[in-house]
Design a protein around this ligand. Structure first.
Ligand code: C2E
Ligand code: CA
Ligand code: CA
Length: 696
C-alpha cells in the first residue's frame, strides 16, 4: 500500500481505501489537516512522480516540515478554509526529488463527523508543465525571445533562479551538455569557482527582493572542462506579492571579445619584438611598486640596463640581427628574475627591471642588488648565437633603490639612468648604484648646457692648436681643439661640453665656428712662409657631418676664408661612419676632390670591420691615445698599435699616434713603423700665437 496510517488517530479505513482508488485516476496528492495544521493523512497515486510517504508527514505540523515562508502560506489557507467553511486555493513551488516543481493547492473543509473534529482536505496538483507553457507563451511575445529561439544567445528559464528547466540549443552547444543533462542542473554547477562567490552575492541580492536581476561577466566551465567567458543577464519576474515567478537568464559567449581585448592589451602593454611589458605597462607597475613600498615600508630597486655598443652592432650587422639579439637578451633577463619581479623593454636596447621587497634595510637591499647585478652582467655577456653566428656583447646597469618615501616614478627612472651612464663611464660591462653626487653632476650638466648657448653668443670659445710632428721633430701640422673660457667656471674641458652640445644640437653652431676659425688661421699662416706648410686637423662631430648640406658648408667656409683645402684635414670617428655608408662616401669624395684630407680619429676603439673601412676614402689612421698610454706595459696594447700601423701600411694610409707623452712611447711607436706623433711630449694645445714650430 502506498499509504500508512498513524497510530492513535481514529481513521476510517474504508473511506481512505475509496479515496486511494479515486486518486489512482487523478495526478493530485491528497493531504488532510486538522485545525492545528497537523497532517492527519497523506495519499498519492502510485504513478504520481511526487509520490509521498505518509509516515514522513502524519503527526507532524506544517511548520515542522516546510520552510517557514511556504508553511505560513499553507497555514493561512487552511485557517481561511476553516474560518469561511469555503474552498480556497493557492499556487506554490517547491523542491522535490525531481527538481523544482510548481503546484496548485485547493482546499475543502471536511465534515466534522469524518475525523471526529474539524479537518481540511488539501489537494495538491503538479502544474509545472502548465506553468512552463504559460511562461513560454508570455515570453514568446518578447523581442528577446526571438534571439533565444534563433540560438544567437544562450537562454535558460528557471523557477526562482535555481535549476534550469528550459534551455535553448545555443546553451547546450556552448556548455557541451545535452538538453536533458542541462535541465535540472543549477548554474552554480558550471560557474567557475573563482566567479561563484561574486555571483552568489548578486543572486541572493535578487532573491532578497533588492532588485529584479543582475548582469555580470563570469566564466562557465563546459562539460569537457573548457573555460568560457560569458556575460549573463539575469532577470526575474515577480508575482504581485513580490515572490519570484520565474527567472530568465541570457548568456552571451564573450570569448571573441575577450580575445580581442587581450590582443589590444597585448599591443598596448607589451613590446611586440620581445613580448616583454612595454614602457607604458612598466610605468604603471613602477607606480604601484612605489605605493606598495611606501605602504609596507619595504625596500625595492629599479635597474636600468643598456647594452654596450648595441648601435654599432645594429648598424654593422643589420637590424634583423639586432632584433635577434634583443629577443635573446629579453629572454635571458626574464630567466634571471623571480616571479614577482618585472622586466620591461624601455625602448631600443634599454631594459628596466623592478625588484620589490628586497630587504628591510639599505644594506640588505644593496647586497641583494649586487648579487642580482652580477648575475645579470654574467648572463648577458655569454655568447649569443644568431642565425648561426656568434655575437658577444656586454651591458651597463644603473641601480637605484626606493624605500617607502613617496617618489615620482620618472624621477626614479632618471636616477637609474644616471647610474647606468656612470657604469658606462666606468668602462662598461658594469653596474653602478645611484648616489647624490651623480645627481649633482647631472644638475651641473644641465646648467652647463644652458650656459653653452650664452657662451656661443658671447664668444667665450677659443681655438687651441696642438702640434703634430714628424720623425725629426719638425711640426707638420696641428689639431684644432676647442676651449671654453667660462666666466665663472674657468676653463671647461671639451670632453665635458662637446657631448652636451651634441645632444642639444648646439654642436652645429659650435662646429661651424671651429671650422671657420681654423680656416681663417690657415689663411693667416699662408701669409707667413714658415707657417704656410702647416695642416690643421679639425674634429667633426657626427651631427655636423650628417647635415645634408655639410659639404656645401665646408666649401663655402673655404671660399670665404681663402684657405687652401689641401691643408685642411677633417677628423672623423669610427662610430659615426657606420650609418649610411653611401652618403658618407659621397660626401668624403666630394671634399677629397678639392684636396680636403680625412683622418680616422680614435682608431681601434670602435667596431668597424676592415672590409668596411676599405671602402672609405681615408688618408690617415690615428692610433687612439688609450693604446699609446699603456704601450710599454700592456703587451696587448702594444700588439694593437703594431697591427694598426701594419694595417695602415697595407691600405696605403698614413698613420699618426696621439697622446704621446714620453720618449719611450715615441721610440716604441717608431719601432713599429709609426713616424708621426701628437702629444704632450711635443706640445700641449696652445693658442696659435704660442705655437712653436720645432719640438725635438
Ligand atoms: P680628441 O679628438 O681625441 O683630442 C685629443 C685629446 O687628447 C685632446 O683633449 C688633447 O688635449 C688630448 N691630448 C693631447 N695630447 C695628449 C697627451 O699627450 N696626453 C693626454 N692625456 N692627452 C692628450 P681635449 O682638447 O680635452 O679634447 C677632448 C675631446 O674633445 C677631443 O678628443 C675631441 O673628441 C673633442 N673636441 C675637442 N675639440 C673639438 C672640436 O673643435 N670639435 C669637436 N667636434 N670635438 C672636439
Ligand atoms: Ca681628434
Ligand atoms: Ca682622439
Amino acid at each position: 500500500m502506498p499509504y500508512e496510517l498513524s497510530q492513535g488517530v481514529d481513521l476510517l479505513n474504508e473511506t481512505e481505501t475509496f479515496l486511494q482508488t479515486l486518486l489512482e485516476t487523478i495526478p493530485d496528492i491528497l493531504f488532510v489537516f486538522d485545525e492545528e495544521c497537523r497532517y492527519l493523512c497523506v495519499l498519492s497515486s502510485e504513478h504520481n512522480i511526487n509520490q509521498m510517504k505518509a509516515s514522513h508527514f502524519v503527526g507532524n505540523r506544517i511548520h515542522d516540515l516546510w520552510p517557514k515562508e511556504l508553511a505560513d502560506r499553507f497555514y493561512h489557507i487552511i485557517q481561511e478554509t476553516l474560518r469561511t467553511d469555503q474552498p480556497q486555493s493557492l499556487e506554490y513551488e517547491r523542491d522535490t526529488a525531481v527538481g523544482l516543481r510548481w503546484f496548485e493547492g485547493r482546499t475543502q473543509p471536511l465534515p466534522q463527523s469524518l475525523y471526529g473534529r474539524k479537518a481540511v482536505v488539501f489537494l495538491a496538483r503538479d502544474i509545472t508543465e502548465r506553468k512552463l507553457a504559460e511562461i513560454a507563451r508570455t515570453k514568446s511575445e518578447s523581442q528577446l525571445n526571438s534571439l533565444y529561439e534563433l540560438g544567437i544567445v544562450g537562454f535558460a528559464f528557471s523557477l526562482t533562479g535555481k535549476q534550469w528547466i528550459r534551455v535553448n540549443s545555443y546553451l547546450c552547444n556552448l556548455l557541451e551538455f545535452s538538453e536533458a543533462e542541462l535541465l535540472g542542473m543549477t548554474w552554480a554547477e558550471f560557474t567557475h569557482l573563482d566567479d561563484l562567490k561574486n555571483n552568489i552575492f548578486e543572486y541572493e541580492q535578487m532573491l532578497a527582493n533588492a532588485n529584479n536581476g543582475y548582469t555580470l561577466e563570469k566564466r562557465y566551465i563546459s562539460k569537457s572542462g573548457k573555460e568560457i567567458p560569458v556575460r549573463v543577464v539575469v532577470r526575474c519576474a515577480r508575482h504581485q506579492d513580490g515572490t519570484i515567478d520565474y527567472v530568465t537568464t541570457m548568456v552571451e559567449d564573450i570569448s571573441e571579445r575577450r580575445k580581442n581585448e587581450a590582443e589590444i592589451r597585448q599591443l598596448a602593454f607589451y613590446d611586440s619584438l620581445t613580448g616583454l611589458p612595454n614602457r607604458r605597462h612598466f610605468n604603471n607597475r613602477l607606480q604601484q611598486a612605489l605605493s606598495a613600498s611606501a605602504l609596507h615600508k619595504k625596500i625595492g630597486a629599479l635597474f636600468f640596463i643598456d647594452l654596450d655598443n648595441f648601435k654599432n652592432l645594429n648598424d654593422t650587422l643589420g637590424h634583423e640581427k639586432g632584433d635577434g639579439l634583443l629577443t635573446l637578451v629579453a629572454s635571458r633577463l626574464s630567466g634571471c628574475l623571480s616571479k614577482g619581479d618585472m622586466v620591461a623593454r624601455q625602448g631600443g636596447d634599454e631594459f628596466v627591471v623592478i625588484l620589490e621587497e628586497i630587504g628591510n634595510n639599505t644594506r640588505e637591499a644593496m647586497a641583494q642588488c649586487q648579487r642580482i647585478g652580477e648575475r645579470l652582467l654574467d648572463v648577458l655577456c655569454q655568447p649569443y648565437f644568431i642565425d648561426g653566428f656568434e655575437h658577444n656583447t656586454t651591458a651597463s646597469i644603473g641601480i637605484t633603490l626606493f624605500d617607502g618615501h613617496p617618489e615620482k616614478s620618472d624621477e626614479l627612472l632618471k636616477r637609474a639612468d644616471i647610474a647606468m651612464y656612470q657604469a658606462k663611464a666606468a668602462g662598461r660591462n658594469a653596474f653602478c648604484f645611484f648616489d647624490k653626487e651623480m645627481q649633482n653632476k647631472v644638475s651641473h650638466r644641465a646648467a652647463l648646457s644652458a650656459d653653452l648657448l650664452v657662451g656661443i653668443r658671447e664668444e667665450q670659445f677659443r681655438l687651441f692648436y696642438q702640434p703634430q710632428v714628424e720623425h725629426s721633430g719638425r711640426v707638420i701640422g696641428v689639431e684644432a681643439l676647442i676651449r671654453w673660457q667660462h666666466p665663472d667656471r674657468g676653463m671647461v674641458s671639451p670632453a665635458e661640453f662637446i657631448p652636451m652640445a651634441e645632444e642639444s644640437g648646439a654642436i652645429l653652431t659650435l662646429g661651424h665656428w671651429v671650422l671657420k676659425t681654423a680656416c681663417q688661421q690657415l689663411a693667416i699662416w699662408a701669409t707667413k712662409p714658415e707657417y704656410a706648410h702647416l695642416t690643421i686637423a679639425v674634429n667633426v662631430s657626427a651631427r655636423q657631418f650628417y647635415q645634408s648640406d655639410f659639404v656645401e658648408k665646408v666649401l663655402l667656409v673655404l671660399e670665404e676664408t681663402g684657405a687652401d683645402p689641401r691643408l685642411l684635414k677633417l677628423e672623423l670617428t669610427e662610430s659615426m661612419l657606420l650609418q649610411d655608408v653611401e652618403d658618407i662616401i659621397t660626401k668624403m669624395t666630394l671634399l677629397k676632390r678639392i684636396g680636403v684630407g680625412f683622418s680616422l680619429d680614435d682608431f681601434g676603439t670602435g667596431y668597424s670591420s676592415l672590409s668596411y673601412l676599405k671602402r672609405l676614402p681615408l688618408d690617415q689612421l690615428k692610433i687612439d691615445q688609450s693604446f699609446v698610454r699603456d704601450l710599454l706595459t700592456d703587451a696587448n696594447d702594444d700588439a694593437i698599435a703594431r697591427t694598426i700601423v701594419a694595417l695602415a701600411e697595407s691600405m696605403g694610409l698614413a698613420v699618426i699616434a696621439e697622446g704621446v707623452e714620453t720618449q719611450e712611447q715615441r721610440d716604441c711607436l717608431a719601432g713599429h713603423g709609426c713616424y708621426t706623433y701628437q702629444g704632450y711630449l711635443f706640445g700641449r694645445p696652445v693658442p696659435a700665437d704660442e705655437l712653436k714650430l720645432s719640438c725635438s
